[in-house]
Design a protein around this ligand. Sequence first.
Ligand SMILES: NC(=O)C1=CN([C@@H]2O[C@H](COP(=O)(O)OP(=O)(O)OC[C@H]3O[C@@H](n4cnc5c(N)ncnc54)[C@H](O)[C@@H]3O)[C@@H](O)[C@H]2O)C=CC1
Ligand SMILES: O=C(CO)COP(=O)(O)O
Length: 335
Amino acid sequence: MAVLGSGSWGTTFAKVLADAAPDTDVMLWSRRPEVAEEISVHHRNSRYLGDTLLPGNVSASAVIDAVLADSDLVVLAVPAQTLRAQLPAWRPLIPPHAVVVSLMKGLEVGTDARMSEVIAEELALPPERIAVLSGPNLAMEIAREEPTASVVACPDHDTATWIAAACTASYFRPYTSTDVIGVEIGGIVKNVIALAVGICEGRRMGDNTKASVITRGLAETTRLAVALGGRPETMAGLAGMGDLIATCSSALSRNHTAGHLLGQGLTLDQVTVRMNQTAEGIKSAQAVLDSATKLGVDMPITASVVAVLQGRLSVNDLGPRLLARNLKPEGDHAP
Ligand SMILES: NC(=O)C1=CN([C@@H]2O[C@H](COP(=O)(O)OP(=O)(O)OC[C@H]3O[C@@H](n4cnc5c(N)ncnc54)[C@H](O)[C@@H]3O)[C@@H](O)[C@H]2O)C=CC1
Ligand SMILES: O=C(CO)COP(=O)(O)O
């Protein structure tokens, strides 16, 4: 099994795969040779996972050919905006039978493409060989083996079931789904909503505000997912509500943290300097809004976050702007 990207989630997921199948070799690809060496020699990735000890069947290399050779499962865990540029070099090295799984929670800026779509375009794979995994999956908690559930989605149910079996560990329980669109959109938009919640917390607003933004955030996420062809029930599950709750509640979330810093008055540049890990929502917010605009879907929280990120809306005006909108029935599911 190959995991490309040895940041916090790629490394943690390699541990999950290795714990699920102790007799199987799991190989990580790292951009930086020194990270690969630390993983292979010391069984640690200290920059991302502190002193977490990785299983003995996890190793790493900065040489992509060695990592992809003979792999049945290829897991992709690089920042979403960097994926497309890397795939052409990987394409000839991916074994013809391998299934590719995306762990990424971002939408491509400029094309509004989901990561499974980027993979399909650049690797020319049929849908049954592309899957996504998403859910309330804060990497550090999983690295500490705290019980966690997730969703593996693939149009082909048997493939989803095979992947789920491959990543079932004593502390990690994947469910299966055929709703790739819904599972991906849940993971992408929750990052934008977590930015909004973080901003409110940074403005010292309390739990009523937070619950209101989370709940209405789920409503606008569901509108977009359904307009794109996803299923509303997916949004009530782990990849929708589950991930939204985890990300909007946790201090471990990079998106939540970035929002908090913005709410405290830092500029986006200052926030970016402070973040040493990927907060996908900062870039994906614009792509989410572009996608919604094309489909005629109203996403007021996302639009406000984009306005803050672009410096067009002060964090002090975000709440008043959202509350000044026209009144409407709560269950109004019109776009
Ligand atoms: N960390 C988490 O708790 C979770 C993260 N995710 C998603 O997983 C994806 C990866 O995130 P993390 O592992 O958390 O990010 P990270 O910031 O911890 O690590 C990113 C990794 O990609 C590498 N990288 C950065 N720029 C690159 C480039 N231009 N080319 C190649 N590699 C590059 C970095 O060296 C690093 O190894 C994101 O889409 C994120 O939303 C999903 C669930 C949980
Ligand atoms: O996706 C995640 C939890 O499910 C991680 O969230 P952050 O990227 O905000 O840290």
